[in-house]
Design a protein around this ligand. Sequence first.
Ligand code: ZN
Length: 420
Amino acid sequence: MKAILDHIGIAVEDIEKALAFYKDALGLEVEAPEEVLTERVRARMVPVGGPSLELLEATAPDSAIATYISKHGPGIHHVTLRVEDIRAVLVQLKNRGVRLVNAEPRPGAGGSLVAFVHPSAAHGVLIELKQRVEPDVALTVKRLAFGDLQLTALHDGPFRLDGGAMFGVVPRPLWEKLAPPDERNRIQLAMRPLLVEASWGRMIVDCGAGDKMAAKQADIYALDRSRALDHALSEAGLTSESIDFALATHLHFDHFGGATMVVDGVLRPRFTRARYLIREAEWEDATHPHERNRASYLQEDFVPLKAAGVVDFFSGDSVIKPGVRVERTGGHTGQHQIVYLESGGRTGVFVVDLIPTTAHLQDPWVMGYDLFPVETLAFKKRFIREAIEREYLIFFEHDPKVAAGYIREKNGRRFVEQVL
Ligand SMILES: [Zn+2]
């Protein structure tokens, strides 16, 4: 086991008085105050080279810091060691009969995982183990000039789906390293609509799940609406009114649920100025769902659009606008399509659910959700080969971290060189 000294926790009676010494007298830099409600403490981090000193003041009489001070007076409270894999370390300690305060890691400051070892085991010192956890989803708006097109990877926030369903017949030991599941077996995903701007206007390709979902479903899918499409649009300097065209790749809720919204109890088109471009045969399938796809086709996502007279149907593989072309892949749904962006001799492809994340680069890693998985496999095999050879820039709609990149292959191993 490798451990690094992260910080030393110091129990103080009054943080402001402590700062008179650490900050004013010693002249050290101090980080912004932090309040840890669950621990009932206020904390200030004082970086000293690599590790830090952490000044801790109790905010309630039942706080561990208050108990410590009443027993021992102020002073060094704990030493924190940073480890790579806190669960493995806890197992190792448990196997040796080491007395632990926390047998399981729990959430600590800054999204970290922490657990305490009992002072009796550590010769009178309370040891805190800490594992840094990278944020598991990256939601930033990224722009790219692409010939005559301006491409912007937007997002409609994070969500989670069942890991088993996301990888079909692939056993969990193989996929869990690439996409670690949570305690409900769900993996982290994102929804990333693509904005295409050109002389003909502004088009959004897919628009996420939107805000209509009931609390129970939102919980099942771990929808977090604190970072959603409206925020992404405003980050790009736009609003829903800025959109001229909304193109649907298919009508599943996580792709086109954001097309409608409730205004004064009535379902209305969300992009008030836009024409909605929908493949006619997909509309037929979506409005005639069966038991296997009913949970994905939510009628309130698209039926109100037709009622409002804002839909333009197209049929077959078509050039939607100069530089924007759709091709049917089938597989995921009967009419599932991907979108080619072609300008200035470059090709980008919004691959939708054909390759939902960068963990799906191997041909047979096909989603259990797909209605026709063998059709997905056939299209994907041909497509990925072509994408590698012709260096298509691939836009991953559901990847938690990578919005776009090139698929590369080296010694038979595929990986993505991230661009956005
Ligand atoms: Zn999807």
